[in-house]
Design a protein around this ligand. Sequence first.
Ligand SMILES: NC(=O)c1ccc[n+]([C@@H]2O[C@H](COP(=O)([O-])OP(=O)(O)OC[C@H]3O[C@@H](n4cnc5c(N)ncnc54)[C@H](O)[C@@H]3O)[C@@H](O)[C@H]2O)c1
Ligand SMILES: O=C(CO)[C@@H](O)[C@H](O)[C@H](O)[C@H](O)COP(=O)(O)O
Ligand SMILES: [Zn+2]
Length: 415
Amino acid sequence: MFPFDEQAIGRHQRGEQSVLPTTHPSEQSAGLFALGAPVTHWAVKATQSVSYEIQLCDDVFALDNLTLLEDVTPAGGRPRRLLVVDANVDRLYGARIRAYLEHHDVIHRICVIDSGETAKAMDTTLRIIDALDDFGIDRRREPVIGVGGGVLLDMVGFACGMYRRATPYVRVPTTLIGLVDAAVGIKTGINNNGHKNRLGSYFAADRTLLDRTFLGTLPHRHVSNGLAEVLKIALIKDGRLFELFAQHAGQFVTTRMQHPADAATELLERAIQGMLEELQPNLWEKVLERVVDYGHTFSPTLEMHALPELLHGEAVSVDMALTTVLAERRGLLDAGQRREILAVMAALRLPTWHPLCTPDTLGRALRDTVRHRDGQQRLPLPIGIGSATFVNDVTDAELAEAARALAEARFEVTR
Ligand SMILES: NC(=O)c1ccc[n+]([C@@H]2O[C@H](COP(=O)([O-])OP(=O)(O)OC[C@H]3O[C@@H](n4cnc5c(N)ncnc54)[C@H](O)[C@@H]3O)[C@@H](O)[C@H]2O)c1
Ligand SMILES: O=C(CO)[C@@H](O)[C@H](O)[C@H](O)[C@H](O)COP(=O)(O)O
Ligand SMILES: [Zn+2]
């Protein structure tokens, strides 16, 4: 006779998840077992919902801006917060951040970490975890606040996802890649053994506050770097976004997305909207045909092999230039469109070629990506400008031909 758990009945009656012995077939669902019958297996099925907010919030550390502290529970006494802040951001904004926290009487500690792709590793992540230990964070009511670019936010998310198996965190992205991509989804991660984002998790931040004022100090190269991820969205799903690039690419970079103001705002909103349209229905990447993988077939290997020379968005740009030529040679877009795309990349001061684009490296990159995509290439290619298809039959010879054609076109741009 199987032991009967009275508490389980109570939990079940209260609608809590539990696996119950059932006495009537109608109550039996997959995996539950009838009383008395021999038990050979259980199949547990539970769903977890994820919801998080992303909101524009300019000047987040202005003394009169309470958005960041909205999650403070008054009953909890003086709020406590651990902040993890990018070293360059701390140099530029640290005094302001500290003044804000002191003004609002927040007990706080600031863990300052170097970012940049070479710092995106387990040792830096473990430093964040040490800071969580030292601060003595409460498990649920003291969300960690990450302030930095995509590297920092990927590590903060990874650390918080591991700490006590899930410690809430809030993201304040300070780079363009952070604003339009890294702080929009739920992926976290670090590089490991020379592989890009090889260790990571799907762990949503509670909130993301998008403060465009941080772009005012972002080096132009990093503005271009972020615009590569926006160009990705334009090429695979948003022709209007591409029009904005065709009209204003150079100005977006030189003014750090300040001018033309309306076009810059439209671009940011369309980029985030486009990303979320793709991410929300497939947040855990159950389906591996992902148009937002565009530009990320060869770039992970290129980025890691060129480290630290190629920024993430720059490697994505080289990947998109190569696959644009590949698409043209397959008749998916015409020579005029290829010229337009590569001209926008040049106007954005993005590379469209790298010496690492050799048949050997590209072949190796593709094979690693095939493993990442569970055995198939699932390679997004643009159809014209603004939509995409997936292919699984790119050969090494075709790759070599496309790379040769791109190299000959001398689209390399010197910054
Ligand atoms: N999780 C995701 O879904 C996702 C999506 C896209 C990209 N990413 C990751 O994002 C990373 C790239 O992000 P990134 O380009 O922001 O890198 P980053 O975090 O290294 O920041 C770039 C540089 O800008 C500096 N910086 C940051 N904010 C600044 C500011 N306001 N003013 C002046 N300098 C500032 C940083 O110190 C750093 O030197 C890659 O590792 C990529 O894998 C993740
Ligand atoms: O770089 C990232 C995510 O890391 C995004 O810009 C990109 O659109 C996609 O998420 C790609 O799938 C690359 O993601 P990843 O699996 O390499 O982390
Ligand atoms: Zn990316």
